[in-house]
Design a protein around this ligand. Structure first.
Ligand code: IVH
Length: 672
């Protein structure tokens, strides 16, 4: 290579690695596998050593990747949070052991630990009380996320009386179990919110949330694996001793750590977990090996960015090679088009893989994908495997490149791609079937209008019969009873249940209606914030983009999307129809009435009319205080709220089942 080419290569690798670092540490996105990242880092390191004149003083080889997010207090670490050198095979581990023994002699023991795939955290305790939790950040300083970390159940807030130092730091890893990851991601998907690619991203996205209450809803776990204190050496002679002690102090310490006496034991541990890891309920991405003795650790010391007394062994993400059969393009309810690779079946990490994610057009371009290509698929922590590379050697010279479509695969409308966005959208939200059906299915969902007696399949059937095109059509279904009765497997009872469910949904609070509309970028939390702030649709429609962006947590992208939505004549007309049908477009419970949980676990039916309050307002009060509205009287019902002019049959049924019958005033008393 010419010198100029070498310089160019160094610049290119430097830029690339900076980007990956930023994506990983700041945006919690993995754009390359750890393996690829480390290969590039090693390549850069080698070039820099050979040609130091081209080395950037801020090279990624000089610092631990990372950046600080702006929203939290930045705190400097008393002891920097270093990263570890990586090894990928037996030989590299043997080399590590040899380097160690060269310096400290043959009398060495190692502690082998699982390498939890989460985000590292540093906890400070003073007189046994948790006073601070800080993320790793760039290794030198991190974000103070104490309140968020306090929501993690197995992080002790106050230690029992014990022999711990007055002031110490303990480090560990925060992560999410597979089961919680799957459950929460499914919920997000149903709610039309962005899903997380893997448990690690979910955990790190959660710790960086502004609202600890939101954090508390997402179960996280934390293993502690490292103690720091000024007087540590007076207390313990080794890492192993300290692990045993911190466990007694009340910390969650992994039961899988092992004290190894020679390199063979260490290799056995690594090999065992390479397969056994699939049985764990959380992700690990390798093994961490630490020299046990503190005096020996000190003797070994540090390199610029990692300790010489520890190393990590990274498992290879499981990969398989298979042939691409074709690419299909799925249109979601928001119009986002997602490419999916259809593959010849191949077995990978215990499952048969036939499809893999291709993310977006950029990814197809990055891969340089051609028809019938042989591709490598990888299953890391992710549930959906992804195509990571093409085996170009097996490509036929006549192969045709995969070209991203320019029109919607469903309705043939030209696709659009907004500036700065990777995703293509079909703009035809009024006439593109998967968008309409998807939006209607979203609308009736449990966390939105929660329409009982109506399911996703029925929505599709109604659409195919031409009965449904918009949300407001749902509230006109009662006019179509005759046609509904002709639908197979849709009897009188189902129709009645569905119509009652629709009627009941009219009392759903404004924030749910707002969420149900399916405005791009408006998920459950954002809808709530908008509803609380603006209180009604008129005020929201009148707000400028700037006014909207001033609402806490509403960024410009969301503001723009809401603003555009509320100015579209079709949407304006539809909102007017929904309003006329009786849906809630204003917040009824005023903000000074603190909503509570006094009715949690109770179910209610409202019947009749009330002098001082409408049925909708009453229902909203019930829901705002944790109660649940249901349609029919059954033995499981907690209360019937009865007004005037109530039907005699309902009353009789409630009496027969001995359901307590209460008034609107009783509800107010219960709440207060
Ligand atoms: S010890 C100086 N032990 O891996 C040594 N780290 O690349 C500090 N990790 O940032 C780390 N499990 O986030 C250690 N049992 C374990 C670990 C572990 C996961 C993470 C940690 C650290 C990274 C090192």
């Amino acid at each position: 290579m010419m010198l100029a080419d070498i310089q160019k290569k160094i610049v290119q690798l430097t830029d690339e690695l900076h980007t990956y670092n930023y994506e990983y540490y700041v945006l919690a996105n993995s754009v390359v596998s750890d393996y690829e990242f480390d290969l590039k880092l090693k390549e850069l390191e080698a070039l820099e050593n050979q040609y130091p004149q081209f080395k950037d003083p801020n090279s990624p080889t000089q610092r631990v990747g990372g950046d600080i997010t702006q929203k939290f207090n930045t705190v400097a670490h008393k002891w920097p949070m270093l990263s570890l050198g990586n090894t990928y095979n037996e030989q590299e581990l043997r080399d590590f052991d040899e380097r160690v023994r060269k310096i400290i002699g043959d009398d060495v023991q190692y502690v082998c630990e699982l390498k939890f795939d989460g985000l590292s955290i540093s906890l400070t305790y003073e007189h046994g009380k948790l006073i601070q939790a800080v993320t790793r950040g760039d290794g030198v300083q991190g974000d103070e996320v104490t309140e968020n970390v306090k929501t993690i159940r197995n992080v002790p807030h106050q230690l029992k009386v014990g022999n711990y130092p007055d002031l110490f730091e303990i480090r560990g890893e925060i992560f999410m179990h597979h089961a919680a990851f799957k459950r929460l991601n499914t919920e997000r998907e149903l709610a039309g919110e962005q899903t997380y690619a893997n448990p690690r991203n979910f955990a790190s996205g959660t710790i960086k949330l502004q609202d600890p209450k939101e954090v508390a809803k997402r179960p996280l776990d934390c293993y502690l694996y490292f103690l720091y204190a000024d007087n540590r050496r007076q207390l313990f002679a080794s890492h192993w001793e300290s692990l045993k002690a911190v466990e007694n102090w009340g910390f969650h310490v992994s039961e899988h750590s092992k004290l190894c006496h020679n390199v063979q034991e260490l290799l056995d541990f690594v090999h065992y977990w390479d397969t056994a890891r699939h049985q764990l309920s959380y992700d690990i991405d390798g093994i961490v090996i630490k020299v046990n003795d503190y005096a020996q650790q000190e003797e070994l010391g540090f390199t610029a960015k990692s300790p010489r007394w520890a190393i990590s062994y990274k498992f290879k993400a499981e990969q398989a090679e298979t042939q691409l059969i074709g690419v299909s393009y799925q249109v979601g309810r928001t119009g986002a088009v997602t490419p999916v690779a259809n593959l010849a079946a191949v077995s990978l990490a215990g499952t048969t893989v036939r499809r893999a994610s291709l993310h977006n057009a950029n990814e197809i371009e990055r891969l340089g994908l051609h028809e019938n290509d042989y591709v490598f698929v990888e299953k890391g922590g992710e549930i959906i495997p992804k195509v990571i590379a093409v085996n170009t050697e097996k490509r036929l010279p006549t192969a045709v490149p995969i070209i991203y479509p320019t029109v919607c695969p469903e309705c043939h409308t030209p696709l659009i791609r907004e500036e700065g966005e990777a995703v293509h959208y079909c703009p035809n939200d009024e006439g593109c079937k998967p968008q309409i059906v998807g939006k209607l299915q979203h609308f009736i969902g449990r966390k939105m209008m929660d329409i009982q007696g109506l399911g996703n399949e029925t929505i599709e059937t109604f659409f195919n019969l031409g009965l449904l095109r918009s949300f407001s059509d749902l509230y006109r279904l009662h006019e179509q009873k005759e046609q509904l009765e002709t639908i197979e497997r849709f009897g009188e009872k189902s129709i009645k249940n569905m119509l009652e469910g629709l009627e009941l949904s009219k009392s759903k609070p404004f924030e749910k209606v707002l969420f149900a509309l399916g405005i791009r970028h408006v998920g459950e939390t954002i809808a709530k914030k908008l509803a609380v702030h603006f209180k009604n649709i008129e005020a929201m429609s009148a707000a400028s983009i700037e006014e909207m962006s001033n609402v806490p947590d509403i960024g410009e992208r969301i503001a723009q999307s809401v603003y555009d939505y509320l100015r579209d004549p079709h949407h304006i007309a539809e909102i007017a129809r929904l309003k006329a049908a009786g849906l809630q477009f204003e917040t009824l419970v005023n903000e000074t009435t603190p909503a509570g949980n006094s009715l949690a676990g109770k179910t209610f039916v409202i019947s009749g009319v009330f002098a001082d309050i409408s049925r909708e307002e009453l229902a909203e009060l019930v829901v705002a205080h944790g109660g649940k509205m249901v349609t029919s009287i059954s033995s499981k019902l907690s209360y019937l709220i009865a007004g005037d002019k109530m039907g005699p049959s309902k009353l009789a049924k409630a009496e027969k089942l001995q359901i307590p019958i209460i008034s609107d005033q009783d509800i107010l008393n219960m709440i207060n």
